[in-house]
Design a protein around this ligand. Structure first.
Ligand SMILES: C[S@@+](CC[C@H](N)C(=O)[O-])C[C@H]1O[C@@H](n2cnc3c(N)ncnc32)[C@H](O)[C@@H]1O
Length: 209
């Protein structure tokens, strides 16, 4: 197990991971019209990258999307598969490093990234964007939610500036929108206290050229 995998496994071994709010983040629900419709208004084929215990992926499936969720840990994926079974939803949950998504043969209209981009260091970030660049065809969109530099402190995920987002997707992508929003977290977890109402975050829509 890599250091990064061990770190996330530690979070999932705790009674609750700070991001695991049991429902999709509000920012994605608000953008649902855009995410869930593919070309010609057919239901979108969506990859949820770093899907964790699957709440966003399952919600997208409920909206009619054809969904694949990937995470590099088996444990949250088992939780996600159990939720899918209970709810009678078909989602393809795959254990895979997001740096390898460029090798998935399936085609997608959209990728959702709820809290993955902001875990990478500079080199990992570049490799991740390269993998997404390989995966998505022109016109496909990335919907990304990450902590913003407006969130105080240094605990929790890496803060991301608007400039860093623009630089990361400067080649091969068109930034359609970067807006301030909130990243909801589980309240009351020591060491994971953020701005009340949700950590300050960016919600970005980025289209593959
Ligand atoms: C902050 S959590 C967000 C989980 C989920 N998207 C949510 O909102 O509940 C980040 C997730 O990405 C996964 N992850 C971190 N690095 C990864 C990588 N390189 N490849 C795949 N998954 C990764 C972690 O295991 C964790 O489930």
């Amino acid at each position: 197990m890599s250091d990064a995998q061990a770190r996330f496994a530690g979070y999932y071994a705790a009674p609750q991971a700070p991001w695991d709010i049991g429902r999709p983040q509000r920012a994605f629900v608000e953008a649902s019209g855009e995410i869930t419709r593919g070309p010609g208004d057919r239901p979108a084929r969506v990859l949820d990258s770093g899907c964790g215990t699957g709440d966003l992926a399952l919600w997208l499936a409920e909206q009619g999307c054809q969904v694949t969720g990937v995470d590099f840990l088996g444990q949250p994926l088992e939780v996600a598969r159990r939720k899918a079974q209970v709810r009678g939803l078909a989602v393809n949950f795959l254990q895979l490093d997001a740096l390898a998504v460029g090798e998935i043969p399936e085609r997608f209209d959209a990728v959702t990234d709820c809290g993955l981009f902001h875990v990478f260091d500079d080199a990992g970030r570049a490799a991740y964007v390269a993998a997404l660049t390989r995966l998505l065809e022109p016109g496909a969109k990335l919907f990304l939610l990450c902590f913003a530099d407006a969130e105080p402190g240094e605990h929790g995920p890496r803060r991301v500036s608007e400039r860093e987002l623009r630089e990361a997707f400067a080649r091969g992508w068109t930034i359609e929108k970067i807006e301030p929003t909130r990243f909801e977290t589980v309240p009351g977890i020591p060491g994971a206290e953020f701005t009340p109402g949700g950590a300050r975050a960016w919600c970005a829509t980025i289209r593959r050229k």
